[in-house]
Design a protein around this ligand. Sequence first.
Ligand code: AN7
Length: 404
Amino acid sequence: MREYEVECIRCGARYSKDDIVYTCRKCDGLLDIKYDYSEIDTERVVKAKGEGVWKYRVLLPFDQETKPVTINEGNTPLYRCDRLAKSIGIDDLWVKHEGLNPSGSFKDRGMTVGVTKAVELGVKGVACASTGNTSASLAIFAAKVGFPCYVLLPKGKVALGKVAQAMMHGAKVFSLKGNFDDALRVVRVLCEEEKLYLLNSVNPYRLEGQKTIAFEVAEKLDWEVPDRVILPVGNAGNISAIFKGFSELKTLGIADSVPKMTGIQAEGAKPIVNAFKEGNSEIIPEDKPETIASAIRIGNPVNAAKALTAIRDSGGVAESVTDDEITEAQLMLARLEGIGVEPASAASFAGLKKLVQMGEIERDERIVCITTGHLLKDPERVIRICEPPKEVDADVDVVREMLK
Ligand code: AN7
C-alpha cells in the first residue's frame, strides 16, 4: 500500500486520497502529494526496470497492484547537442525531446497518472481547458478508457495539429470566446458543479507523472544531475514537477544537488518572469497575453507559487524571449540538430542563448533543455517561417537548373 498525503503547500491542510479536491478548501493554496521518503527503498528507484513513467512507480501515488492507463508515455530521448552548443559558445548541452511522447508532448506523462487516478476515483467524465496539448493528450487517454471528455480551447488560438487530435480522439471540443485563462476559469467551475474530473495541471496528480522527466534525465546521466534545466513556462506545472522530481532524488540521497531551474516565458506573456525579477512571491496576472508560441499564451499561471519556489530554491532564473528569438531558436534546433519542435518548446533554447549572451550562464555548465512539444503540432507556423516548396516541371533539366 503506497501511503501518501494530499497537502496544501500554503496552510498544510490535508485531504484524503478519495477526496476530489484541486486547491485547498481553507485557503485556496495549491496541493501537493507528500510521501514518507524514509519508507522508500532507493534501490527501487535506481535499479527500476521497465520504461517510461511507470518505471518509477515506487514514487507514484498508487498501490503496486494498480493497473495504469498507459499509452507508453515517457522514455524520451536525451540528445547530446554539440553543434547547437558550439553555435552559442557553450560546452555541454543536452536536449530532452518530450515532443516524442505518444501524443507529441510531455502532457502524456501527467495524463497517464491523472487518468489512472480518475479511474480509481470512479469519476463519470473528464475535462480540461487547454492551449492545445493538454486537450490532445487527455482526449487520447479518455478514449482509451471510454470516459466522456470535454475540452475548452481559446477560439482561434490553438495550433492545428492539437485541435485535430482532440477532435479525432472523440473529445467534445468547445471553441471558447476568450483566452486560456478564461477557459480555465470556466472549466474549474464546471468540474465542481457537473462532477467532471479536472485534468489541468492544478490537479496535483498530473505533476506526479511529469516529475519523471527529472528521473529520466538523471538516470541517463548516470545519476549525476545537470547544473541547469531550462524549459518553457506557461501554466507553470512542468517546471514545478521537474523541480519536485530532482528534489526527491536529493531527499533520497540519490543525487547531491538540484539543477538550477530556469523558466522561459514569451515576452508577451511573462507574469512569472516579472514576479521573479521584482522579487514578488505572487504574480500579477496579464489580461491580454500574446505570443506566436500559442502553447504558453497564458496570463494567469495557476502553478505560479510552486514555480517561483522551484526557480528561487534551486538558484535558477526566469527570463523572457521575443517571438523572433523563439522562431530563430526553432530553426536552429531543427537545422543544427534535427530536433523538430513547436514554437513554445523553442523558447527553452532561445532563453538559453539569451542567458549565455547576458553572461548569466557559465560556458562549462552542463545544461539540459526540455523541448516540450513536436514540430507537427503547429504546421501553420512552419509554413509562415520557411521558404515554400518550388513548383517545377517534371523534367530533369528544369529541376537541375533550379538546384543552383
Ligand atoms: C508545448 O496544453 O497549458 O508551464 O493547455 O503545450 O506546465 O503549463 C500547454 C503548455 C510548454 C507549458 N510547452 O507548460 C495546455 C498547456 C508546451 C505546452 C507548455 C505547454 P506548463
